[in-house]
Design a protein around this ligand. Structure first.
Ligand code: AR6
Length: 178
């Protein structure tokens, strides 16, 4: 597995899976979620509608992940995950963000993905401090790699993980950590 940091729009990346920082309803929104839905087209909305609700209005609880095709995107799949809304860091936010990365990586592996791109989950509208979130992201990806390596070295070597940063500032945060 190789970790790369790129600056740009995640909807343009030709990878096996891009991760969407979605909300629990999973029917689109602002930020990266809106961009992904616009670029993927209406079929993505239809596919999300078909994801069963676990309770009224909740298709994907915070920390979990769901997969759909990418439709008009260059990416084969969209992995929708829901990051925590940041309050003060004392309300389970780190654990939920950890779960987003673990569950997204596991779903990518289950679906045979050899490349996956993450946006900076929770650090926009949901207000998670950027440095803290990036540390979790990098640590979880590395741990996933170590666990995969222990099981099947060849498989692990074939996977690329991209941190897709929308701004120069986000990219600098990751460059310091990786
Ligand atoms: N490509 C890559 N990154 C992007 C793009 C893009 N096209 N657009 C924005 N970002 P946010 P959240 C970055 O707010 O904080 C939505 O309404 C952005 O600069 O998209 O998890 C959902 O429906 C930031 O670094 O997601 C939820 O309700 C990062 O993506 C809520 O927002 C995440 O910012 C989720 O909030």
């Amino acid at each position: 597995m190789r970790i790369k940091i790129v600056k740009g729009d995640i909807t343009t990346l030709a990878v096996d899976a891009i991760v969407n920082a979605a909300n629990q309803v999973m029917l689109g929104g602002g930020g990266v979620d809106g961009a992904i839905h616009r670029a993927a087209g209406h079929e993505l909305y239809e596919a999300c509608l078909k994801v069963p609700e676990v309770r009224p209005g909740v298709r994907c609880p915070t920390g979990e992940a769901r997969i759909t095709p990418g439709f008009k995107l260059p990416a084969k799949f969209v992995i929708h995950t829901v990051g925590p809304v940041y309050r003060d860091g004392q309300h389970g936010e780190p654990e939920k963000l950890v779960a987003c990365y673990r569950n997204s990586l596991a779903l990518a592996a289950e679906n045979g993905c050899k490349s996956i791109a993450f946006p900076c989950i929770s650090t926009g509208i949901y207000g998670y401090p950027k440095e803290d979130a990036a540390k979790i992201a990098v640590r979880e990806v590395r741990e996933f790699l170590a666990a995969k390596n222990a099981k099947n070295a060849k498989d692990a070597e074939e996977m690329d993980v991209i941190f897709c940063c929308f701004s120069e500032r986000d990219m600098k945060v990751y460059q310091v950590i990786v």
